[in-house]
Ligand binder design. Sequence first.
Ligand code: GAL
Length: 675
Amino acid sequence: MPTPRPALAPDPPSLRTATRGRILFGGDYSPEQWPEQTWQEDVRLMKGAGVNSATVGVFAWSRIEPTPGAREFDWLDRLMDLLHGNGVSVVLATPTASPPPWMGRLHPETLPRDADGRTVWWGSRQHFSHSSAVYRRYATALTEDLAARYADHPALVMWHINNEYCTYDWGDESARAFRSWLRDRYTTLAALNEAWGTAFWSQHYSDWEEIIPPRRAQYLPNPTQVLDFKRFTSDALLRCYLAERDIVARHTPHLPVTTNFMPFWQGQDGWEWARHEDVVSVDSYPDPKPVEGSHAAGARHHALIADMTRSQAGGPWMLMEQAAGPVNWRGVNHPKPRGLNRLWSLQAVARGADAVCYFQWRQSRQGAEKFHSGMVSHAGEHGRVYQEVRELGAELARLAPEVTGQPVPAEVAVLHDWESWWAGQQDGRPSTEVDYPQVVAAWHRALWDAGLATDFAHPVSGDLAAYRMVVIPQLYLLRDEAIDRLVRYVEGGGTLVCGFHTGVADADDRVREGGMDHRLRELFGIRTVHEWWPLDAGETVDCGTFRGTLWSEELEPAGTAEVAVAYRTGELDGLPAVLRRGRAWYLGTLPEPDGLRGLLSRAAADAGVHPVVAGLPEGVEAVRRGPLLFLLNHTRQAVEFDVPGTHRDLLGGATHTGPVTLARYGVAVLREATT
Ligand code: GAL
């Protein structure tokens, strides 16, 4: 008798489960803000624009549970049916980001407190303490009922838990949870005292109950307490997510679950969170204000967010929110000129997005975001914004079969870690001018300007061997494992380019002996770090081929190191600004953009890494995704340049041999023509 073959395990839920070959296109949809006859118009306009996805319920808690324990699902039943009947899939949100007013009134302990002890009241959103058991009870009860009710609804393709988990709480609920988190981490008070260095300023703890979140204090707080509070907060928010995730996953094990990240946000350890998501999604809002006639600045920001999200996802990712026009939270909120929404949407696709969605579908007429754009603006169906959305929907539908699921190859990785950010970006350090996200953005920009495809990776869990070149913009805190891996990476033939003030602290934010870890000093050929010489705002230091900004270091090289660039002025005149030892480079300053681009291009070329397309005009981006080559013009002028080979443009339909012309904000998606 043949042994029966085991049934094939079903694929784990992923973005592909929801896209089903489409690029998801749609946005947050808040029907609770509109009379039902508007819903009819909504679905007509959605169909007209090729919208195939609506994220529903994000802020609908008080509509579903107007009084404690009530359930009003009828409207949502009708809505889900309506969307399904019109071919629109639903990404159903648990509405737990904005509790109804009754909760704060009946259970004031659910309200978070700021570091000054002030209550964060209802009347806006996100007024919940991540550590409140009462909040958690209401949130999970509602999630349970929502999941049970819609588990089998044919419109449902994905769950969206909460919205942009981003709150801190310094109150008593949080203090209790913080203590219990610390007990798990340290087990004994002695270990905590040691890790926090409480011998300093008489901070020794003799009882767990003495420990509080880092609330307003007379002077600088204990840095390791602050670091641990940030670790704890990310974990506490993650526990909220997991509580709801587990419920929906139990009801619909075949459907993917996500929660949307704020872009490059301090409060959540994105690497850790991404491990618990089936789909990694993000909200990206680059500023559409042009700088010197170009939108390259916005494009770089968008590219950074895309690269980080794709790297967290390990593949295709979801652009959960972007704006079709202006936002309403900058000082001056610029709209998107014609073509820019398309350009940045296709840029996201080029960099791995299989879902292009917006906040929000229809612009609100009331409430705090009535001046925030929507896919249907106040101008309505005939407005330019909706008309452009329509055109984009048709293009995305055309691209979908060619692009979804395709990888974005990269040979360079940028190392980034939240805990280093948390430890490094505190008061009481050498310079408050150093802003970690800006340093990372400067390095990513240099790679973008050099046309080099880039991933992000975690210093401990990232697969460094997959890259020919690894760069570290700045990792002030590096764990021992991370340092060992870096050394092995270079020994194994990898090229490492490392920025200033890296490897200074251990996992407890204790300064390493010598001011920089000895293994790293040896790797880069640094005998001694005598002093850090941070620069004032706007100050630069002459390094011959470029000017350094933000920082400089008094480094004494070891005999084995080559001084690739030296300071040409001031106290450090003649000392190394850039040291090189074989394939390991160390930059003691942050070069101005062209200087950094030049250095990274050189290191990349030595490592055998080349731009996606060489010799592109300034502000033009080239990205490979699977068999496709995306060319994106972020400037306001038409450009022409050569692309070797013969290609068919999937958008324009033309076949190119050699020169390609892109109109302002123009995009070409080329596939090698088979003759
Ligand atoms: C996001 C948020 C949305 C909306 C949007 C406005 O941060 O998730 O609900 O507020 O910003 O840009």
